[in-house]
Each structure stands twice: as C-alpha cells, then as structure tokens.
Design a protein. Structure first.
Length: 452
C-alpha cells in the first residue's frame, strides 16, 4: 500500500497574515498595548513597590499620544550604589519592530566585571533633549549629589555629550576607543596608525603616553593633530581617574545589555518592557545562586586576571626598601616602585584596576602577605551580594490587571522603514563576520574529488 503526501497550496501572504493574527492573539495588537500602558505601570508598581515607572505623552488633537517611558526597578537602583563602581555606561539602540523609536539604557559594572543593568527607557529619538530627560531621572533615582565622582562611558551618541555636561556636570567622560578609531580611520587609514593609536590608548603612564604620541606624529602629522584635539582622559588609560577601578577601553557593557535583550527589541511596547523585566528577574536570581559556587573571596574572572599577573611576577626581582616599599626589577631592565601600604605601583595598573599588577604581586610574595588582602573591596563576595540582594517580583499577565480608568494612550505616528528590520549589530568595515556562522579557512587548497 502506498501513501501519498498531500501538500496544501497556501500562498506566502496567507502565511504572513496567519502569523500576524497569531501574534495578536498571543501578545495583543500594537495599539491595544499602548492603551493599557498606564495599567502596566500601575501593576508593576503594585507588584514591585518603590520602582520608578514614568510615562511621557503629548496631547495631540484631543488624543494622548505616547512619547516616552522610563523604568528603573527598585532592586537595580538599590543595588547600584553599594554593589557597583561609580561608572555608568550609556547607549541607545534602535527599535525596529512594532515599537518604533529608541531604547536608552544605563548600565554599571559589578564585582565580577560584568554588566549591571540600572535603568532603561523607550523614547522617540536620540538627541540632547531625550538624553537630558533620561539622565535627569537616572540621577534622581540613584540619588547622585556629586556627579563629579562618576565616570560616564559612552559611544559619543547624538546629543549625549551636551546632556552629560549639563546633568552630570564635572563627571569624567570616557569614549569607546573602537568608535574613536572608526572615526579616526576615515581620514587616517592604515595598520601602523591603528596600532599606534591603540598603543597610546593602552599605556598607563603619562611619560609613556607622550612617547607613543611622538611616535604617531612621526608617522603622520595630520593624524597626530586630529588626535591631539581629543581630551586624553576620554580615551587613554594614562589619564584615567584612579578612583573608579575600571580601565576598559571599550563600551562592551552596553553592548552586552543590547545582546541580552535582542529578542525583545522587535516586540510591541508592553511585550518589550515585560521581556526586559522578565530577563532581569531571572538574572538577579541566577546571580545570587551563582554565589554558592564561589570558593574564593573574588569571582573567576578576577582570579584569571591575578593568574595572568602572576606570570609577570615570576620573572621580577624584588628589593625591599622598607616594610611596605619595594623596588621591582623586570627582565627588560625596567624598574617599578611599589608601595603596598598605599596600594600603588609606578606602572599605575594597581591603582587603575584595584587588582595587584605583576610588580605588586612580586612585592606581596616577598612580604609574605595574602594576595586576596590586596584586591579591592569592589571585587569581593560581599559587594557582589549587595548588588543582587534585591528581588524583582513576578507579575501576572494583562488579563489580570485592574483597569486604571485613565485616558487611553495612542501609539506614536509611525514611519515605516522599507525591508525587514535588521537585528544584528552593524559591524565595522574591517571587522570579521561572526565566527559562529561563517568559518574562514585560509591557506587550504580544495580539490575536486572526481578530477582532483
Ligand atoms: Zn605595576
């Protein structure tokens, strides 16, 4: 007996329409979600007291039209000050799905050098006005009275520079060096200039920075003039503030937030906000659970840094000058002055990161002290726990929310972009494609099986 497979003749359009209807059944229509946005804010306040949920809408022709929404969960704002370093990473990413506009995010850095989400907002576009509104709310939520003690990390987004200058007056601004280089290479291309720029960015002392800049000047006077106009504290470790204990040159923190919420970015407004809250809720729990696996006072990633520094320390020769003062000689004939009481090394890596550099480790070994005692408190278990101590509570689905009876909010007037919205991060022209999808094989000759 033979069986015949029957194929249904359904056009692509029927499939698209069926998918759209299924999505409405599951998530509610786009406009319905805006109508219940006030209910959502009331419900999230009821389940998670003391959070900040603010909606900004405009009255146009008698209708309330949605403009912006800002959310800062209680657990995030209460965990930031005791559990993170005084650094805020800022980024905005486009929402290309049903919800148009931008998602602004503020993130911090916690004890394991991982990203810590603080607050997020959906707004119409990126400019000084929207960034100022976001930063003002963030500053109030985090109760920041001395912004000059903070470092603001960013990718030089549109309008952000002016907003930081007015709201976070006196704060140290750091820019992502990869973005700096992508602007630099437009007029000054070449591998040598790229290497010289990165060498100047990575160096930790001012005399070495000046040397690197002189070398760059010898290669190209124009490239030097372009770079000399930038404030060194925005892009070179040699001029970074030592209080923050963070010396990264890339704005990776914000990028990891964008990656974590990538699936939420093409959803309708409430699904988007709920997906982020849902992710945060499980993230906070998982982080608290992960603490049970810690066998050292600091996390795995920090231990790896210590291990790398030990390899440098092994080759150093230490001479003691006093109880806490040491001269450390390296194989390349360079000497460093280490003070264990002040927790300083003349290479400045110890001060910049709060983790003993190779030279400081050599001195710690000579003194017979414990390495862990010299790692800054910001990396310790207790600090990690303070960051994730708060609980983000679960929330029922929209059918179980009480109606607020407030004026309904309507979606913003949309402008549809042609084509399918793109999810992947836009890569630089000289960046390789993601290794997971494309494998590149160089230097291999492939022969045909039949004709060789
Ligand atoms: Zn050192």
């Amino acid at each position: 007996m033979t069986t015949k497979t029957k194929y249904s003749h359904v056009s692509n359009w029927i499939f698209y329409r069926a998918k759209a209807r299924a999505k409405i059944l599951l998530e509610g229509s786009v406009s319905e979600q805006y109508v219940i946005l006030e209910d959502y804010c009331k419900m999230i306040l009821a389940t998670n007291p003391s959070i900040t949920a603010i909606i900004k809408s405009n009255m146009v022709e008698g209708k309330m039209i949605f403009e912006r929404v800002y959310i800062c969960l209680k657990a995030c704002k209460e965990g930031f000050r005791p559990g993170c370093r005084p650094l805020i990473g800022l980024d905005g990413c486009f929402l290309k799905g049903y919800c148009k506009g931008l998602l602004l995010a503020a993130v911090g850095i916690e004890a394991t050098n991982s990203m810590y989400p603080i607050a997020y907002a959906v707004c119409e576009k990126e400019n000084t006005n929207t960034w100022s509104w976001f930063l003002k709310l963030l500053k109030e939520d985090l109760d920041i009275d001395r912004p000059s003690q903070f470092v603001m990390m960013n990718d030089r987004q549109k309008g952000l520079e002016n907003a930081i200058a007015s709201i976070f007056e006196g704060a140290e601004v750091r820019n992502c060096v990869r973005h700096l280089h992508s602007n630099f290479k437009k007029d000054h291309p070449g591998l040598l200039l790229k290497q010289q720029l990165w060498a100047a960015a990575k160096t930790t002392t001012i005399p070495k920075f000046q040397k690197r800049m002189r070398e760059l000047r010898e290669t190209s006077e124009n490239a030097y003039n372009w770079l000399a106009l930038k404030t060194p504290s925005e892009w070179s470790r040699s001029h970074f503030n030592e209080m923050v204990k963070y010396d990264m040159l890339l704005n990776n923190l914000c990028e990891s937030f964008n990656v974590a919420i990538v699936d939420a970015r093409d959803k309708s407004i409430i699904t988007l906000l709920e997906n982020i809250r849902y992710w945060l809720m499980s993230q906070f729990f998982n982080k608290r659970e992960s603490l049970k696996k810690w066998i050292h006072p600091v996390g795995k990633r920090i231990l790896q840094v210590v291990e790398r520094n030990k390899n440098i320390a092994k080759n150093c020769l230490t001479t003691r000058a006093a109880t806490y003062q040491f001269q450390v000689n390296c194989p390349n004939n360079e000497s460093f002055d280490v003070d264990l009481q002040k927790r300083t090394c003349s290479c400045r890596r110890f001060q910049l990161t709060g983790i003993p550099c190779g030279h400081a480790l050599a001195a710690i070994w000579t003194s017979g002290a414990e390495i862990m005692d010299y790692i800054h408190e910001c990396y310790k278990k207790e600090t990690f726990l303070k960051a994730y101590a708060g609980i983000i509570y679960p929330m029922p689905s929209p059918k179980q929310w009480p109606e607020t009876g407030l004026n309904p909010i309507y979606p913003p007037f949309e402008t549809n972009l042609p084509g399918r919205p793109k999810k992947a991060r836009r890569r630089e022209s000289d960046e390789l494609p993601p290794s997971s999808t494309k494998t590149r094989r160089f230097g291999q000759i492939h022969l045909c099986k039949k004709y060789k």
